[in-house]
Design a protein around this ligand. Structure first.
Ligand code: DGL
Length: 261
């Protein structure tokens, strides 16, 4: 029970999920892995993501994780089932908040911002078929956005230009609820909201994932036993990752380098 919960993403987008996890479960320890060498996952072939997901699950298990959170919509869309079949750890995955959006919309138009990989996945199609048949779903792929948020920062000129290209069409389509379907996008929530009418609601799934993780830990008898510790690791250049963590997370934390070939 005193083991950490392993959390991973292609980079540091999953820190937006980690923030919600730590708020809800302050007495758990967390071990976060940023697969920075392969950022962005959104541009990687599906087979690669499935193999990589299994390797990351193994690495987190080898470092003592008692459960696994896939804090990446793209990895979930493509590899969640493979990872679940591969690991003995309980796995919590996340997906774009299409279901709550379809309930919340007043005018019947919802926007979804996500990677192209996520939007093209059969899992996303299923989500829309099951929960959003009665509404219009405007799905907007956002190539380059997750990477630009990490590399240049959420208020950089590069991110502003991408937001013009990806968010303004949702405003034009009249979406009154917009789903942040990639864990990097909450870092740019202010810039996204600025391009939409004031009353537009943004949906971020961090809190829902935290509630689900709590339920899963409880039913597996794994809840509690930590002390709120946080460890970080990355497959990328750690000095640079530490800088990005300081900028996004607001705290300077050491990042261990993980490489398994
Ligand atoms: N943060 C990720 C997601 O939720 C992945 C972005 C990427 O690496 O392309 O989809």
């Amino acid at each position: 029970m005193s083991s950490p919960i392993g959390v991973f993403d292609s980079g540091l987008g999953g820190l937006t999920v980690l923030r919600a996890l730590r708020e809800r479960l302050p007495d758990e320890d967390f071990l976060y892995f940023a697969d920075t060498r392969y950022l962005p996952y959104g541009d990687r072939p599906e087979e690669f993501l499935r193999q990589r997901g299994q390797q990351v699950a193994d690495a987190l298990a080898a470092h003592g994780a008692k459960a696994l959170v896939i804090a990446c919509n793209t990895a979930t869309a493509v590899a969640a089932e493979t990872i679940r079949a591969h690991t003995v750890l309980p796995v919590v995955a996340l997906e774009p908040g299409v279901k709550p959006a379809a309930v919340m919309t007043r005018n019947g138009v919802i926007g979804v911002l996500a990677t192209t990989r996520t939007l093209e996945s059969s899992r996303f199609q299923r989500l829309v078929d099951q929960h959003a048949q009665h509404v219009r779903v405007v799905a907007q792929g956002c190539p380059g956005l997750a990477e630009a948020i990490e590399v240049y920062g959420a208020s950089s000129r590069q991110v502003e230009e991408l937001l013009d290209a990806y968010v303004l069409p949702l405003a034009a389509a009249g979406a009154d609820v917009v789903v942040l379907g990639c864990t990097h996008y909450p870092w740019a929530a202010e810039g996204i909201a600025r391009r939409l009418p004031k009353e537009t609601q943004l949906i971020d799934t961090g809190e829902a994932v935290a509630r689900q993780l709590e339920r899963v830990l409880q039913s597996a008898g794994l809840r509690g036993g930590g002390q709120g510790r946080l460890s970080l690791a990355s497959s990328g250049p750690v000095a640079q990752v530490e800088e990005t963590v300081a900028r996004l997370w607001g705290e300077r934390l050491p990042v261990a380098f993980w490489d398994w070939g």
